[in-house]
Design a binder for this molecule. Structure first.
Ligand code: PLP
Length: 348
């Protein structure tokens, strides 16, 4: 069964993490001459001359209230992309270990694996974009450290069957990473509340999607205390800058705004689906639990190029396995979606 000691890379198990200047004292102080900062100030209205809190205590405290998870079970990354990379660096031995991906899925898992020289075993989703549990069971070997499940899945938009994910969690002795970047738009509930049940669960979420803060680069990993401790040890000491910490904290106080945007996005998603259905070149629109839809067309390249020419950018996914002919379209504002639909009227 799951044992973090068996899973960890030897060098990470033995790693003495960087000890920052501010880690090395306890108690109150008013004169800080320990970190070679500029003591005179910063050339900005906001004062950024001091290093930020390495463990982002205030942001985690607020997130903890919102998510119902103790701060010790939360890791913050420079986007959830950083959390993905840190999982590779913590658990996967380059040239030795492997991970399982279930394409079509979010592209950074493969890129992170390549950067870290980790072999990828691809077990494609079924035609219904669900897990092939038998295929996954066959692919797992003694060097399989991580399985990435994206739910709702990018680019297909659907949620993965919860019971299938639970089967993996219960049977796989490595880590199951459930990437919930789009969970706020989903009818399914989050896996965060299962952390006490499964020691091998890592849930990823982000402030980049529903929270409207893609530019700040703040992603979250929720996991057992022992996994979070490892991730904190491996991350760069000041991975979330002071401006992002302050602005994230401020934004996290504005849940009403986010909830009303989520509602609006869901309404606009339905409108977009209705509008797209009428076009002859639309073969299928897959059900979405996210803020985008995957649309199968008769001529993805033609439509993509036509839209680019008109200054409208969607994502061409037609070269992706199981997504032949598909465009992925993010739900925009009512005005943006109308421009898209009107422009498509003239596609020949
Ligand atoms: C499934 C999924 N996970 C993670 C990310 C990256 O999120 P972040 O901006 O937090 O790095 C994306 C971005 O598109 C995504 O689609």
């Amino acid at each position: 069964m799951f044992s973090i000691d068996k899973l960890l890379r030897e060098n990470i198990k033995n790693l003495t993490p960087y000890s920052s200047a501010r880690d090395e004292y306890q108690g109150e102080a008013s004169v800080f001459l320990d970190a070679n900062e500029n003591a005179f100030g910063s050339p900005l209205e906001q004062q950024y001359n001091r290093y930020p809190d390495p463990l982002q205590f205030e942001v985690k405290k607020r997130l903890s209230q919102i998510k119902g998870v103790p701060p010790r079970n939360i890791f913050l990354g420079n986007g959830s992309d950083e959390a993905i990379d840190i999982l590779f660096r913590s658990f996967c031995n380059p040239g030795v270990d492997n991970v399982i991906l279930v394409p079509p899925t979010y592209g950074m898992y493969q890129v992170s694996a390549n950067i870290n020289d980790i072999a990828v075993k691809n077990v494609p989703l079924t035609e219904e974009f669900q897990l092939n549990l038998e295929g996954i069971a066959e692919a797992i070997d003694e060097h399989t450290k991580l399985i990435f499940i994206c739910s709702p899945n990018n680019p297909t938009g659907n949620s993965i069957d919860r019971t299938d994910v639970e089967t993996l969690l219960a049977n796989f002795s490595g880590i199951v990473v459930v990437d919930e970047a789009y969970i706020n738009f989903s009818r399914q509930k989050t896996f965060i509340q299962e952390l006490t049940e499964y020691a091998n669960l890592v849930v990823l979420q982000t402030l980049s999607k529903a929270w409207g803060l893609a530019g700040l680069r703040v992603g979250m990993a929720f996991a057992s205390e022992e996994i979070i401790e490892v991730m904190n040890k491996v991350k760069p000491p000041y991975n979330i800058n002071e401006a992002s910490q302050q602005l994230a904290l401020q934004a996290l106080g504005n849940i009403e705004q986010i909830n009303s945007w989520i509602k609006e996005a869901l309404i606009q998603r339905d409108n977009l689906v209705l509008g797209l259905k009428h076009f002859d070149f639309v073969v299928d629109i897959y059900p979405s639990d996210a803020n985008f839809i995957l649309v199968k067309t008769t001529d993805a390249n033609g439509i993509y190029n036509y839209l680019v020419d008109k200054g409208i950018i969607v994502r061409n996914r037609s070269k992706v396995e199981l997504c032949e002919g598909c465009l992925r379209i993010t739900v925009g504002t009512a005005a943006e979606n109308n421009i898209l639909l009107e422009t498509l009227q003239n596609f020949k």
